[in-house]
Write a protein that binds this ligand. Structure first.
Ligand SMILES: Nc1ncnc2c1ncn2[C@@H]1O[C@H](COP(=O)(O)OP(=O)(O)OP(=O)(O)O)[C@@H](O)[C@H]1O
Ligand SMILES: [Mg+2]
Length: 311
């Protein structure tokens, strides 16, 4: 649905994007994550045809965003970082204006405006001038204008910024709902947002893609290998290390120093991708060991994000 190939963008001497390539399939909800200045907004502006790249290409549904700018804008809904709203228009006037621009027939427009206004929770603000709306309501109007023409693809630059916690939960649910049969790219600084909303994460750092995959895949690749933390109660005449070492997919066992618990703790590294949790559980049961703790030993996304972006 979206194909980005070797995108590079220079603003004078500043290289904001440096050879970014990725593809997004229909129905994916992709989260762009990266520190300030990483290049997220720049990348979104190029995909939506609002900014031209220095080199590289972006295609939407096979169409180059530069050559087919008009069609691309029909198919894409875009919430810019600083949505350019018209302060003197009422919400209804503004949404009708944008809807007409995007080709919605006049007789269908009032229903459509009401529908998107209800969807993002501004139905009670339709007659209010945008300039007098609170920040969160303006953000909702921005979202409404992105969805007014029912686009197949939504590109949302920090969609939940400025929203209250209740509205954040609602907008996340809405994005997941939209993402069922559409394609969404959103940027955020909020890690819980990614796990709550997205099925794929792209970490951008200094204009390059530093990680790309499901949160699970990224944790597997960047989170310190395939290892498990095992805790068992001490048992007379049994050395847990020996029990674990005998297992087929276990590569390495190290005892951990854990003064905070009476249990004995071990870090067990497994070969390749093998998930050895079931084997460990059964080995304990067979060997007469009481298992009191068993989990993957992986860095959480927050730690991984810091490791990648603080380099
Ligand atoms: N119009 C511009 N002129 C010059 N430099 C720019 C311009 N727009 C962006 N930049 C620079 O390009 C780099 C990437 O900026 P961009 O806005 O894409 O980052 P971002 O990842 O969206 O950051 P944020 O999380 O703060 O929104 C930054 O170094 C920024 O200063
Ligand atoms: Mg930005």
């Amino acid at each position: 649905m979206i194909e980005v190939e070797k995108l590079t963008k220079d603003y004078g001497p500043i290289r904001a994007l440096d050879g970014v390539s990725f593809e997004v399939r229909k129905g994916e909800i992709v989260g762009f994550l990266g520190p300030n200045g990483a290049g997220k907004t720049t990348c979104m502006k190029i995909i939506t045809g609002f900014l031209s790249a220095t080199s590289g290409t972006a295609r939407i549904g096979g169409q180059d965003v530069v050559e087919h700018g008009v069609e691309v804008r029909r198919r894409v809904g875009y919430l810019p970082e600083n949505a350019p709203l018209y302060p003197d228009m009422t919400t209804r006037e503004y949404l009708s204006f944008v809807g007409a621009l995007r080709g919605i027939p006049p007789d269908a427009l009032p229903d459509r405006v009401r529908h998107v206004a209800e969807t993002v929770g501004v139905a009670d603000r339709l007659e209010q001038e945008i300039g007098t709306l609170s920040k969160g309501y303006r953000q909702r109007v921005g979202l409404a204008q992105a969805m007014i023409h029912d686009p197949e693809i939504l590109i949302l630059d920090e969609p939940t910024s400025g929203l209250d916690p209740n509205q954040i939960v609602e907008i996340r649910a809405l994005i997941r709902e939209i993402g069922r049969d559409r394609t969404v790219i959103l940027s955020t600084h909020n890690l819980p947002e990614v796990t709550a909303t997205c099925n794929r994460l792209i970490i951008i750092h200094r204009g390059r893609i530093a990680a790309d995959g499901t949160p699970d895949q990224i944790q597997a690749v960047h989170g310190g290998g395939n290892a498990y933390l095992v805790e068992v109660l001490p048992a007379k005449d049994i050395r847990p290390e020996d029990v674990f070492r005998g297992l087929q997919y276990v590569e390495k066992v190290a005892a951990l120093d854990r003064p905070d618990t009476d249990a004995l703790a071990f870090r067990v590294e497994a070969r390749g991708e093998a998930d050895v949790r079931a084997d460990l559980f059964q080995a304990c049961a067979r060997g007469g060991l009481t298992l009191v703790g068993l989990r993957r030993d992986r860095a959480d996304l927050e730690t991984i994000f810091q490791r990648i972006t603080l380099q």
